[in-house]
Design a protein around this ligand. Structure first.
Ligand SMILES: [Fe+2]
Length: 240
């Protein structure tokens, strides 16, 4: 089996509303490993109005997570990114290296307000492309004005966006969300599935049900694409 890659995780301790401390990070790493994850791109929230984190604090939480992972599971790799909550000045933060792209690539994991207007969302995706970045839209299933029409996801992809769904979106969300995510999978409009894990309790590593669903419905090669081949290309700064 391939060592899977989780591209969206709040596993760094004490940085945002994710892992509270080193103990929880250890427990999350254990869960991730048990579910077949061998690479994690840690993506703490970048939202200065809500989470104020100094660069040195984020860097030491990252290095601590790397060293814990190396001690617990020598074949587990940890990279650093951010989950940028879109704001107009976000690009300045990215250029200054304050907001991290995914593992030093041109890919940026970005989230928007869940009720964002669709035209505005598309405009913002265009802006990423114009600025020379590749936007990954975090948990696409959360946006009310995208869920209404699957063709909108196709348009966003045509505009240059990559699409991430949360594993819980497949089996554990409300019916309309599940239905939407399953439809996206059917029409191959998903590039990445990720945990978006925040802790080891109610928002933990939760891939089991989603993995079973995809393997049963589409076979293991589809899962390999979402959990290994696409994320691997992203980490290598290649187009998918
Ligand atoms: Fe997140």
């Amino acid at each position: 089996m391939l060592g899977y890659i989780d591209i969206h995780s709040h596993i760094l301790p004490g940085i945002d509303d994710g892992s509270a401390d080193e103990k929880q990070t250890r427990s999350m790493l254990k869960d991730a490993y048990a579910q077949g994850i061998r690479t994690i791109c840690a993506t703490p929230h970048f939202r200065p109005s809500m989470f104020r984190v100094s660069l040195s604090k984020r860097q030491s939480a990252f290095e601590l997570t790397q060293s814990i992972a190396a001690e617990m599971f020598p074949d587990m790799k940890i990279f650093l990114g951010n989950e940028l909550y879109y704001a107009e000045d976000g690009f300045d933060y990215i250029k200054d290296g304050v907001c991290k792209t995914m593992a030093e690539t041109r890919y940026v994991l970005v989230e928007f307000g869940t009720s964002i207007d669709y035209t505005l969302l598309k405009k913002r995706i265009n802006r990423f492309v114009m600025e020379g970045y590749i936007p990954i839209i975090a948990h696409i299933e959360r946006y009310d004005n995208v869920r209404t029409d699957i063709e909108r996801v196709e348009e966003l992809i045509e505009a240059g966006a990559y699409i991430q769904v949360n594993a819980e979106g497949i089996c554990e969300s409300s019916f309309p969300v599940r239905k939407f995510v399953k439809k996206l999978l059917k029409y191959e409009l998903v590039h990445f599935m990720a945990s978006d894990s925040h802790n080891d309790t109610n928002r933990s590593y939760n891939f089991d049900k989603a993995f079973s669903y995809i393997i049963k419905k589409y076979g293991e090669s589809y899962l390999d694409k979402l959990m290994y081949y696409n994320p691997d290309k992203m980490l290598n700064n290649e187009y998918i």
